[in-house]
Design a protein around this ligand. Structure first.
Ligand SMILES: Cc1cc2nc3c(=O)[nH]c(=O)nc-3n(C[C@H](O)[C@H](O)[C@H](O)COP(=O)(O)OP(=O)(O)OC[C@H]3O[C@@H](n4cnc5c(N)ncnc54)[C@H](O)[C@@H]3O)c2cc1C
Length: 392
């Protein structure tokens, strides 16, 4: 039976919860706000299925299907509105539309009412805007792998998008290859604590005296490279700050301050990937081919399998794209190959998460820059933008 003695050894993929024939495993939140499986002893029949499906104990691998050297493509959707509403180039939405148009199902992450994140499976196009966009905190899988299996067994096409560890968990849970399943993961920096995210939202709700009604990471009002976080409030007020001024992004990107323990030693960064398609931000594309970066978002697409290539063929006329043969594709995307570094700040945050308010934690462990530094950053960004435009 699974026994998580060291938290580094669990990604919360929930394959164990989904496979358990007796529903004897529940996910429980720890002090840091991350979920881990707990076995209900009275229900457990010690069949060992939970250990068998755990991708941390044995990885899913089908080397014949997935290539060591994926085709690399830079792309964005031709639909400007969707591109602006997406985190990178909006390629995920085009893949999803293709599946939905063919009577299939899509599975992805949405915000819940309490600003936690969960995966849902749907065949409704109206759900797509909620699934679109990165939510920079860990999503709950709940029992969605079981729902996916049911649809696959009924011969529906299903597109599933999740973190590499979630796709590993799904593949291990399913046990066999399904021709009608297509998986998509993304280059992943790591999953933040839902508890920290809730504290962040509540701190802003207090400041704005209103409930948050919409959260958008990587809002593109000031450009994709600006990494702005935008939050709309019920009273009509809006919060928008770039990556150098928004404390949550500073904590995530500059201090690695509140990620899941397993993310600091991620086991799923290697090739071959086990998703058919891997998506990401094509950071550094301006150095490879400046004409492919107009600061509105360019996706990197890795086609890891024949199935991935085939699906891309079907959306080719919906996206602007170019195959990239450069060896520098990951040079500016540090998380494509390496895990983020564990930091002292992370230890500080979680030792004090229940003692200090969000603003106190931020001030102490992941401070926002002074107005003088902000001004310098602002000028530097302006100059970068001008240079980017001149290169085009
Ligand atoms: C936590 C996280 C960290 C990331 N780190 C990097 C990075 O370091 N480098 C990089 O190049 N790209 C990273 N990405 C990927 C990037 O942000 C985009 O999601 C990706 O490029 C696809 O963009 P898109 O415009 O095609 O589609 P989008 O519409 O932006 O993609 C959304 C897809 O991502 C899924 N998704 C969103 N949030 C979550 C979540 N919390 N858990 C699981 N699935 C989720 C949705 O279900 C949807 O299928 C990260 C994404 C996430 C969620």
């Amino acid at each position: 039976m699974i026994n998580i003695e060291n938290k580094v050894n669990c990604t919360s993929c929930s394959a164990c919860v989904n496979i358990c024939p007796k529903n004897a495993i529940v996910m429980e939140e720890d002090k840091e706000g991350f979920k881990y499986p707990r076995i209900i002893e009275e229900k457990c029949i010690k069949c060992g299925m939970c250990s068998k499906v755990c991708p941390m104990l044995e990885k899913y691998s089908n080397k014949e299907k997935y290539t060591q050297k994926p085709k690399v493509i830079a792309a964005w959707t031709k639909e400007e509105k969707i591109r602006l509403d997406s985190t990178s180039g909006g390629v995920f939405t085009e893949l999803a539309k293709e599946i939905l148009d063919n009577n299939g199902y899509i599975c992805g992450a949405i915000y819940d009412k309490d600003w936690t994140v969960k995966h849902i499976l749907t065949n409704k196009i109206e759900d797509l805007p909620q699934i679109r966009s990165s939510k920079y905190l860990q999503s709950n899988i709940n029992l969605v792998y079981r729902e996916i299996k049911e649809k696959l067994d009924s011969n529906y096409k299903v597109l599933v998008c999740g973190s590499p560890c979630q796709i590993q968990g799904l593949n291990k849970f399913l046990e066999k290859e399904y021709d009608n399943l297509i998986t998509c993961d993304f280059i992943c920096r790591g999953m933040n604590s839902p508890k920290m995210f809730t504290k962040y939202i509540h701190s802003l709700e207090e400041k704005y005296h209103s409930k948050a009604v919409k959260v958008k990471f990587k809002n593109k009002k000031y450009g994709w490279h600006n990494f702005a976080t935008k939050i709309d409030f019920e009273n009509g007020k809006k919060y928008i700050q770039n990556r150098y001024c928004d404390s949550y992004m500073i904590g995530y990107l500059n201090y690695n301050a509140f990620m899941r323990p397993s993310c600091y030693e991620c086991k799923f960064k290697d090739f071959p990937k086990t998703a058919d398609i891997t998506l990401g931000d094509f950071w550094g594309i301006e150095n490879i081919d400046p004409s492919l970066d107009n600061n509105q978002g360019t996706s990197i697409i890795l086609l890891n399998s024949k199935k991935g290539e085939e699906l891309f063929e079907h959306i080719k006329d919906k996206v602007s794209f170019k195959e990239i043969k450069s060896s520098k594709v990951f040079d500016e995307n540090v998380c494509a190959k390496r895990s983020p570094r564990m930091t002292e700040q992370r230890k500080g945050v979680f030792e004090n998460i229940d003692k200090l308010s969000y603003n106190e934690l931020s001030k102490k462990y992941f401070p926002t820059p002074t107005p003088y530094i902000r001004m310098r950053i602002y000028i530097r960004e302006k100059i970068r933008n001008i240079k980017r435009r001149m290169k085009q």
